[in-house]
Design a protein around this ligand. Structure first.
Ligand SMILES: [Zn+2]
Length: 460
């Protein structure tokens, strides 16, 4: 009898273990995912909270009191929400101050040119620079016209193809123009659509090349100047900028946690960047990224869904003009990078979610793909390889699997880095879907029996 009963127990135990192993992610988590989605879709707290945050403090460039006040506010609210280990972790950030600035076409006629200096640019001399425009349609076009560039302001009139490609003119245009002897650089704003709104953004210098001031003008004015020049007119522009770079200042990565029930030292980290450019109110770039992750954690708490591992929501600082927050996070958490099972970033706007972009091993991709399938009800189940985010880059480079929240990007670059990045462009229902998408992914990744397979170290 003893033998038979123990044999039976073995058979039962084996069958049970086998059924657990065979139980798919869909079977195990479909119910939880549906509860999360149902609750998220009934709730417009994310939109309301983002409206409050961005309208109370305004935009949040690194080094400004508004950024630090926003971080204090997030800390206070996360504590009220009952998040655990709420804190700000220090990071030193660059401080760039725009100052007064303007651009004006002075011939063949007078016309004001709406403009924004590029982040990191130097000032012009106090009286401004007045010079003829040389139009370049690409870097190679500039090379072909190099002999004509001396003493001119180069205007890069390059139509938007995709952000990664077109942003090169904003980022590197000043260096290319200075190399051929130009005294200033103007770029056509990096956007597929314009209502004569200039778009700012970061630029960089090269220590071996003379520094010249750089600014963005609107698509409409770039095209007009280009046509005037093509008709044989000499276009002269007066550019005046007083921008300056100050010593680095202290800021913080802001974070709070839902501590795991079984493996609290293993972490799913997710969020967005809390800083913004100094125009608009940084609603979609990227206050929304921070708020949807924060709301995801609040929702899981409310539903009593406490995963086995810890979920940590982070608002990284200084993504826009330095990336120091992402680096400081990696450095502060060096000892526990191996305990990070997944990093998720939202920095493409909080429009209707479509799924995620992925960086990591094929084995992790296959598992995350199964989780994403639980988002099919809200059409957010697409998982595509390539991409992640700037703030999680430093830890995905060390082998942590990374995801970027992927949304309908149709309108994002219309408003990106402009005075028009305000809450009214965002839809509460889209944001609620982003909360659901972030919450389902973070919860299941944090709760699964086995951690996700890591990437080969040094993977991009
Ligand atoms: Zn951003």
């Amino acid at each position: 009898m003893r033998f038979r009963s123990s044999a039976l127990a073995t058979v039962v135990a084996f069958a049970f273990a086998h059924s657990l192993a065979a139980q798919s992610i869909a079977d195990r988590y479909r119910g939880d995912a549906n509860r999360i989605i149902d609750a998220a879709l009934k709730d417009s707290t994310a939109w309301n909270r983002l409206a409050e945050m961005t309208e109370k403090f305004g935009n949040r460039l690194s080094g400004t009191p508004a950024l630090e006040q926003t971080i204090d506010w997030v800390i206070a609210r996360m504590k009220e929400d009952g998040l655990q280990n709420v804190r700000g972790e220090p990071a030193m950030v660059p401080v760039w101050v725009r100052g007064e600035e303007s651009a004006e076409m002075v011939s063949p006629r007078l016309q004001n040119l709406p403009m924004l200096g590029l982040g990191g640019s130097i000032a012009t001399p106090p009286g401004g620079i007045t010079a003829a425009i040389l139009v370049a349609s690409s870097f190679s076009d500039l090379t072909a016209k190099a002999a004509q560039a001396s003493g001119k302001i180069v205007l890069f009139d390059v139509p938007f193809t995709n952000y990664g490609e077109t942003v090169q003119y904003r980022a590197r245009g000043a260096v290319a123009a200075a190399k051929v002897g130009a005294v200033g650089a103007l770029v056509r704003s990096v956007t597929p659509y314009s209502q004569r709104t200039p778009h700012t953004g970061g630029m960089s210098y090269d220590s071996t090349v003379r520094r010249i001031p750089a600014a963005a003008i609107t698509v409409e004015d770039a095209e007009m100047i280009h046509r005037l020049v093509d008709r044989g007119e000499t276009v002269r522009v007066k550019l005046t900028m007083s921008a300056k770079t100050m010593p680095d200042a202290p800021s913080r990565n802001v974070m709070g946690e839902l501590v795991g029930s079984a493996k609290p030292d293993e972490i799913v980290v997710f969020g967005g960047h809390i800083d913004s450019w100094d125009v608009g109110r940084g609603a979609m770039d990227d206050g929304g990224g921070v708020v949807v992750a924060w709301e995801a954690v609040r929702l899981l708490k409310r539903l009593g869904l406490r995963p086995r591992r810890t979920i940590r929501v982070v608002g990284w600082t200084n993504e826009e003009n330095g990336g120091r927050g992402g680096q400081a996070y990696r450095d502060a958490h060096k000892a526990e990078v191996d305990k990070h099972v997944l990093a998720i970033e939202s920095d493409g706007g909080v429009f209707k979610p479509q799924g995620f972009t992925f960086t990591g091993s094929d084995a992790a991709f296959d598992i995350l793909k199964q989780i994403a399938l639980l988002l099919d009800r809200i059409d957010a189940d697409a998982m595509v390889k390539g991409g992640g985010g700037a703030d999680i880059g430093p830890i995905t480079a060390l082998g942590v699997p990374g995801l970027g929240l992927n949304v309908d990007g149709t309108r994002y670059f219309w408003y990106h880095h402009t005075a028009a990045d305000t809450i009214d462009k965002l839809d509460p229902n889209d944001m609620a879907r982003c909360v659901a998408t972030m919450a389902v992914m973070a919860y299941i990744a944090a709760d699964m029996a086995d951690p996700l397979p890591r990437s080969p170290t040094g993977a991009p």
